[in-house]
Write a protein that binds this ligand. Structure first.
Ligand SMILES: NC(=O)c1ccc[n+]([C@@H]2O[C@H](COP(=O)([O-])OP(=O)(O)OC[C@H]3O[C@@H](n4cnc5c(N)ncnc54)[C@H](OP(=O)(O)O)[C@@H]3O)[C@@H](O)[C@H]2O)c1
Length: 258
């Protein structure tokens, strides 16, 4: 058996373990709100140089100011991830701002609910475009950087990506597809030193979940839900792990059954 100790991958990871996340370049999608926002703040606090993207420019600007107050660096970048030109501009801007992109966190997502009997097929296309096609294409564009950096790709999936509930077949189908993208990628690039992590959250206190509560006619009670900060901490833990170890999949859900 050959040992990987002393290989370039091992050396890069050992350096990284000493430095924490300091200086690592990161792109976080869906960073204007919810889980992506918390993740951008936590990664910046841990020393990563972050490009935060979404469509809501004022929200991205206030995120950058919040990070600055705690000594973190977040570059806001507006992009509609369903638009290839926007995705290309995002990748180019990130390379200029952070150099090599070594952490890519896919948190952007959309959620629609309706049983198959009524759900418009256009809603399936919309969710597929944001939840699957965009992270697939963005990862493909940035893969050379991630390989050169022995980096990390994190997909924020959903418990609906493991088992589909009634009424959310379209959303669950996109999240099952996203798990397949992550699993295939992990297998394809296993020997490059790039790690691939899928996180499967249950109900989490974000604007998306608040809308789901409204649709279900429930009173909004964020205290019963996972806090987005807990998912952000999982992301940081996964990308800060030392050499030779990967967190491939994590399920995180409210302890109390809703
Ligand atoms: N909250 C939950 O209970 C829960 C549970 C399981 C999984 N998840 C998953 O976790 C991830 C984050 O969800 P969240 O709860 O944080 O949702 P959220 O608060 O609604 O935030 C969603 C983010 O996605 C971005 N986004 C949506 N469409 C986009 C587009 N076309 N182009 C660029 N950005 C786009 C939004 O940006 P703009 O608003 O700026 O466009 C926003 O920043 C999603 O993948 C979701 O499926 C959430």
């Amino acid at each position: 058996m050959t040992s990987a100790a002393g290989s370039p991958i091992e050396t890069a990871r050992a350096n990284r373990a000493m430095l924490g996340l300091r200086g690592r370049g990161a792109i976080i999608t869906g960073a204007s709100h919810g889980i992506g926002r918390e993740t951008a703040l936590r990664l910046a606090a841990a020393g990563a140089v972050v490009v935060a993207t979404g469509r809501d420019e004022p929200a991205l600007r206030s995120l950058a100011i919040e990070a600055e107050c705690t000594g973190g660096v977040i570059h806001p970048h507006r992009a509609d991830l369903t638009d290839q030109a926007d995705r290309d501009r995002l990748s180019a801007a990130a390379r200029r701002q952070v150099g090599l992109v070594s952490i890519l966190v896919h948190s952007a997502g959309v959620h629609r609910r309706d049983p198959l009997a009524h759900a418009p097929v256009a809603h399936l296309d919309e969710q597929f475009a944001v939840n699957v096609r965009a992270p697939y294409a963005l990862t493909q564009t940035l893969l050379p950087d991630l390989i050169a950096a022995h980096g990390d790709v994190v997909f924020i999936n959903s418990t609906q990506g493991l088992s589909a509930a009634a009424g959310v077949g379209q959303y669950a189908a996109t999240k099952h597809a996203l798990r397949a993208v992550a699993d295939a990628l992990r297998a394809e690039i296993a020997d490059t030193g790039v790690r691939v992590c899928s996180i499967f959250p249950g109900r989490t206190a974000t604007p998306m979940q608040e809308q789901i509560f409204r649709d279900e006619g429930r009173p909004w009670n964020p205290d019963l839900l996972v806090h987005p900060r807990d998912i952000a901490n999982l992301v940081v833990a996964a990308v800060a792990l030392p050499a030779g170890t990967e967190i491939s999949e994590v399920v995180i859900r409210p302890a109390r059954k809703l």
